[in-house]
Design a protein around this ligand. Structure first.
Ligand SMILES: Cc1ncc(COP(=O)(O)O)c(C=O)c1O
Length: 391
């Protein structure tokens, strides 16, 4: 009997496998959690400050404020910088929902600009046109929020110039980019404030929800610390209406263990991305556009990509994904529907066709398994199944 597509010689590859990392760090991480349990200092215990200081040093910034999630970190950054009602924040429609929802949460208005087709990051040209155009959205434009999507920094040279010309703050959405660099400077230190997510799938991840805001500005740090703890400077005296978004002490302990490994993990991710590129080229699949093959990730020469995700543009994306699933190869689509077309955001007034580069990306992108523990043979299986699909 002939085997359907000869699948028996390729191995299943999960999109993610946290258990592999846990097996490596089990003793260390359980000891760190046990230490918190022994101390019983679950709320803002010493591990939180310890992690904040270590993470600030890694990001080459003076201050890091741990909080409950990446979403809250974005919110905290804006609130601490007084961005709110009457302000607009320019950002990308090709990101996770929190990028835009956090702007709405502080009462500001998102002003969307399209992306660069190669990097999938906010396009400086598009930002310029949006700033020049007479938009129907009222309010002063007070900030740019570039997202370092998939682990590659946005063009911070050009965006920095635009911000300086228009007197705008820059808030980096660095949720996917811990350890990434732009011109040798780390994500988190490239604007006025930045937000990181430590959601379990991130390249630096907690064992639950967690996040962090970074800044070089002492006032922003102080205000964010106050806002994440109900607006209190002194216990039970509430200077502002903050909220509860403290970084959990157990998460800080886990993150401290993982922080020591993140750089090596990023190096391995880059190595895997290189290997994918080589294998796709050897299989004759790599092409300049999707009419002739798969388009490999593009890395700007000024960027040090951390490949939080390895993302291709592919022809017949949904059929390929179904084929991969059938062969037990994990994949994911980040993101299938741009933010301006999300039902909850239709009131912003955008329509299909407003951001054609983002809309096309949403139809073509496919993320493949990439994590430090991914084995070379597994990567080869992924490429082989894709080769068979297009054969
Ligand atoms: C680009 C981006 N922004 C913001 C967030 C929000 O982070 P969190 O899930 O920790 O709230 C995420 C995480 O999914 C993200 O990928």
């Amino acid at each position: 009997m002939t085997q359907k597509s000869g699948a028996s010689d390729v191995r299943p590859v999960p999109m993610l496998d946290f258990a592999r990392e846990f097996a490596e760090i089990r003793a260390e991480v359980l000891a760190a959690i046990e230490a918190v349990c022994t101390s019983q200092r679950f709320i803002l215990g010493p591990e939180v400050l310890h992690f904040e200081q270590a993470a600030a040093a890694a990001c080459k910034v003076s201050f890091a404020v741990g909080c409950a999630s990446g979403t809250d970190a974005l919110w905290l950054a804006m609130a601490a910088m007084d961005i709110g009602p009457g302000d607009t924040v320019v950002t990308t429609p090709f990101s996770f929902f929190a990028t835009v929802s956090s702007i709405l949460r502080v009462g500001a208005t998102p002003l969307l600009a399209d992306i660069d087709p190669r990097t999938f990051n906010l396009s400086p040209d598009s930002v310029q046109s949006v700033l020049k155009a007479k938009t129907p959205i009222k309010g002063r434009t007070s900030a740019l929020m570039p997202v370092h999507l998939y682990g590659q920094c946005a063009d911070m040279d050009a965006l920095g110039t635009i911000a300086a010309e228009h007197d705008l703050h820059i808030i980096e959405d660095a949720a996917q980019a811990f350890g990434a660099r732009w011109n040798c400077r780390p994500a988190g230190a490239l604007g006025d404030a930045a937000a990181f997510s430590f959601y379990p799938t991130k390249n630096l991840s907690a064992y639950g929800d967690a996040g962090m805001m970074t800044t070089r500005d002492a006032k922003t740090d102080e205000r964010a610390r106050m806002l994440r703890a109900h607006g209190m400077r002194q216990r039970y005296y509430h200077d502002e209406v903050g909220w509860n978004s403290r970084l959990d002490t157990i998460q800080a302990a886990v993150l401290t263990v993982k922080l020591g490994r993140v750089e090596a993990g990023n190096v391995r991710r880059r190595e895997l991305a290189e290997r994918y590129n080589t294998k796709f080229a050897e299989a004759g699949l790599a092409a300049p556009d999707t009419s002739t093959g798969v388009v490999l990730p593009y890395t700007d020469t000024r960027a040090e990509h951390v490949f939080h995700q390895y993302v291709l543009r592919v022809p017949r994306r949904d059929a390929l994904r179904a084929y991969l699933t059938e062969h037990k190869i994990g994949s994911e689509i980040y993101y299938p529907l741009p933010l301006h077309l999300q039902r909850s955001l239709l009131s912003l007034g955008y329509r299909k066709g407003d951001f054609p580069v983002s809309e096309r990306a949403a139809e073509e992108v496919l993320a493949l398994p990439i994590y430090p523990e991914l084995r070379d043979e597994e990567l080869e299986s992924v490429v082989e199944v894709i080769r068979r699909f297009y054969a």
